[in-house]
Design a protein around this ligand. Structure first.
Ligand SMILES: Cc1cc2nc3c(=O)[nH]c(=O)nc-3n(C[C@H](O)[C@H](O)[C@H](O)COP(=O)(O)O)c2cc1C
Length: 206
């Protein structure tokens, strides 16, 4: 009697860090969420926007007719990477009442996906993939004022839509100027972990 080897597809989650600090509070929350994902049995990869060498979109419009961007920089491997992932955790601090500029430029370069989806109407993802692809948004702000997350959230919702990730859940923490260090607030790290774990569990069931 022979054996059949059934390939097990391990789900993959990308953690996208928008903070320039690779060991700051945002990074710590993201890492805890990714630990939750891993503990649920999925693979993770962290993409640090600050470590990438790329320019902002220059509206050369190459992507209007092609499945990529003509600008040859560190964004090139991102297009394939974001196609093959199963879900995304995006973590960022608030800067000037929105997301950091480099993270925004990263998102703008996904005009490649926008053109395919909305202009040429030849999206990169099947219905099956869309059922899988979720986005978890982790965001922290120094201030404790109303609407501090409003601008960032609108931008992230648009980005998730463009890359075909459903806005699945969020962890928004304000008043970081008072909190200072998340490491001494295990309850905040635990929240990030729980949301990551829930995402990983969902992916394994789907
Ligand atoms: C350039 C800059 C701009 C900021 N602008 C805001 C802001 O408009 N509103 C706010 O609530 N916090 C603002 N902050 C505070 C950060 O959101 C806060 O310090 C956060 O904890 C930083 O996270 P990180 O250390 O993980 O990068 C700003 C911080 C910087 C460095």
């Amino acid at each position: 009697m022979g054996f059949f080897i059934v390939p097990i597809m391990v789900r993959k989650v990308i953690g996208l860090l928008g903070s320039p600090l690779i060991d700051g509070n945002t990074a710590k929350l993201l890492e805890r969420a990714l630990q939750g994902v891993r503990d649920a049995g999925c693979d993770t990869e962290t993409v640090v926007v600050a470590n990438l060498d790329f320019q902002a979109c220059m509206e050369m419009m190459f992507c209007k007719e092609h499945d990529t961007c003509i600008m040859d920089d560190d964004m090139q491997p991102m297009y394939g990477k974001f196609m093959s992932m199963d879900s995304l955790i995006l973590a960022t601090p608030i800067m000037t009442m929105g997301i950091p500029g480099k993270l925004k430029s990263f998102m703008d370069r996904f005009q490649v996906y926008f053109m395919a989806k909305y202009v040429r109407k030849t999206p990169f993802f099947s219905k099956e993939q869309k059922k899988m692809r979720k986005g978890l948004f982790i965001c922290i702000a120094g201030m404790n004022i109303p609407d501090v997350f409003t601008g960032a959230k609108r931008t992230v919702q648009a980005f998730f839509d463009i890359i075909d990730c459903q806005y699945w859940d969020e962890l928004l923490i304000n008043d970081m100027d008072t909190i200072q260090n998340v490491s001494v607030h295990p309850e905040l790290l635990d929240k990030a972990y729980a949301k990551g774990f829930a995402l990983g569990e969902f992916l394994n069931k789907t």
